[in-house]
Design a binder for this molecule. Structure first.
Ligand code: XMP
Length: 502
């Protein structure tokens, strides 16, 4: 495998992901785990927030590193550390480099085989290499002539930029070139990964009981099936907040039944509706739903020995960077709640998917035998239809949204468009306008349809659906759903709009 040693950079897990994308098995190790990395075929030392000149700067046993006799790549902090180990020095730079820079390779071999004469890379550092040891060669510089890639001997490499982020245009190729030096590496297979995860779960859980919440979404489904497969003592709880789409509760139950995983349902829809009565302010609605959800969930759980969560890697980085930066709070996502943070502090939270990205979770789900339609469902927000019902949430409004949404999604599935969009839904526009139905004047609400494509939900574009599809959907809604006399198609990008209405 490829051992990635974590010196604390925000991007370390991305290195692991890139290596896996290239088809090789990669594992992330905390620095303290360095003595236990086994027999790697290549080693990557990640970047980190510290400076090598600080007292107690993160360090590792260089002699032990040499003994592996495999290619080593140091990224950012990793490169600086290697330069010091080989007898060179690192100095504070007169200019802090953060963001884009130019990569100008001095050679077309080694790391830079097939890399253009000039390309964009992403930097994030303040120190830079100073004195270079005798066996060291500068293999690339930036636009100012500063060394940004070093090579010591045949198989020791260092790069100052981050090859793992997409802003480094040739990054993946550079990583690949590095891995080619390692000869035959163990391929990454989701089956092996699954086996390891199952073992880890059994070890961690032991005889305790582990509880997880299921929503019908991809992550929590994969999590529950994984725990079930591990054979540990588990309870999966589905809190039905009544803000789900048409027949969704039944579908979730029948899906789990189909997969042979028992779940318990808590029907709390009445409580949610009463708590939401009269509430129109979006953040307030979210807060009510979030708190009540947790309350209902914990009531059902009782005394948990362990809580499992379907947190994915992007959630991990997002919450980490949110706590560091002062990024303005745009919306409260309802899975980040105090009670969970409390349990986390007590070491009672299990997050087996935390190393994975969405597509990897799907691959894992597939290898667990989860049906395609479940794994490829559109994302659905925790607060459910409440964020698609601006203003007050009432049963009447929810029913209308459910009917329209089911018609729209039905047409998308029938026409093959469902799998081509990231997310699609119907949102109520609770404004009455005048129309004619039969021979009579109508005075009813409008429904807005939205279909977007996105890579990571941070930005999104609306989809140019065929007119015929929109026409059929509109006809069916206007003829079939009482209370709606107008159908709109939302053509707003994110930003400035968000994907949901609230
Ligand atoms: P926005 O509306 O912020 O949505 O552009 C981005 C993505 O996040 C989903 N979303 C949520 N998911 N809990 C979730 O689990 C939430 O509170 C929540 N709010 C929005 C939304 O459906 C879209 O995919």
């Amino acid at each position: 495998h490829v051992a990635v040693i974590d010196f604390g950079s925000q991007y370390t897990q991305l290195i692991v992901r890139r290596v896996r994308e290239l088809g090789y098995f990669a594992k992330l190790y905390a620095l303290e785990e360095f003595p236990e990395i086994g027999k790697p075929g290549a080693i990557i030392l990640s970047g980190g927030p510290r400076s090598t000149s600080e007292p107690d700067a993160p360090d590792l046993d260089f002699e032990a590193l040499k003994k592996f006799g495999v290619p080593v790549l140091g990224v950012c902090y990793g490169m600086q550390l290697l330069n010091i180990k080989f007898g060179g020095s690192v100095e504070p730079s007169d200019r802090r480099e953060y963001g884009q820079a130019k990569l100008v390779p001095a050679t077309a071999e080694g790391l830079f085989e097939g890399i253009p004469h000039e390309s964009q890379v992403w930097m994030s550092h303040s120190d830079t290499v100073g004195r270079l040891p005798d066996n060291c060669q500068v293999v690339a510089r930036n636009q100012h002539g500063t060394p940004v890639a070093l090579q010591w001997g045949e198989t020791w490499f260092g790069i100052q930029f981050h090859p793992e982020v997409t802003h480094s245009h040739e990054g993946t190729r550079i990583l690949h070139n590095f891995l080619l030096h390692a000869g035959k590496l163990e391929p990454f297979r989701i089956e092996d990964f699954k086996r390891e995860l199952l073992e880890q779960i059994r070890d961690r859980v032991g005889q305790r009981q582990v509880v997880c919440g299921v929503s019908g979404g991809v992550d929590s489904t994969v999590l529950a099936v994984l725990l079930h497969e591990a054979g540990v003592n588990m309870r999966a709880i589905y809190v039905d907040h009544g803000l789900m789409r048409k027949d969704e509760g039944d579908e979730v139950r029948s899906n789990f039944h189909r997969m042979g995983v028992p779940i318990e349902t808590v029907d709390a829809s009445g409580r949610f509706l009463s708590a939401l009565a009269g509430q129109t302010e979006p953040e307030k609605k979210r807060e009510i739903i979030g708190n009540l959800f947790i309350e209902e969930f914990w009531r059902a759980v009782g005394n948990a020995e362990l809580l499992a969560q379907g947190t994915l890697y992007p959630d991990v980085i997002e919450s980490a960077s949110n706590s560091k930066s002062k990024a303005s709070k745009i919306k409260t996502h309802h899975n980040r709640v105090d009670k969970i943070l409390e349990l986390q502090a007590q070491g009672k939270v299990l997050e087996p998917l935390a190393e994975l990205f969405k597509d990897e979770v799907r691959a894992l789900g597939k290898s667990l035998g989860i049906p395609h339609d479940i794994l490829h469902r559109h994302p659905f927000p925790g607060p459910g239809l409440a964020v698609r019902c601006p203003g007050e949430v009432t049963l009447e409004r929810l029913e209308i949204i459910r009917e329209c949404d089911a018609i729209f999604i039905g047409h998308l599935k029938e026409s093959g468009w469902y799998d081509r969009v990231w997310q699609a839904y119907a949102c109520l526009v609770p404004v009455r306008t005048v129309g004619v139905k039969g021979d009579e004047r109508s005075y009813e609400w409008a429904i807005s349809l939205r279909a977007v494509i996105s890579e990571d939900a941070m930005t999104a574009d609306w989809v140019e659906l065929p007119y015929q599809l929109l026409r059929d959907t509109s006809n069916d809604i206007l003829n079939g759903v009482a209370g709606i006399n107008r159908v709109l198609y939302d053509i707003s990008t994110k930003p400035p709009a968000s994907i949901e209405w609230e």
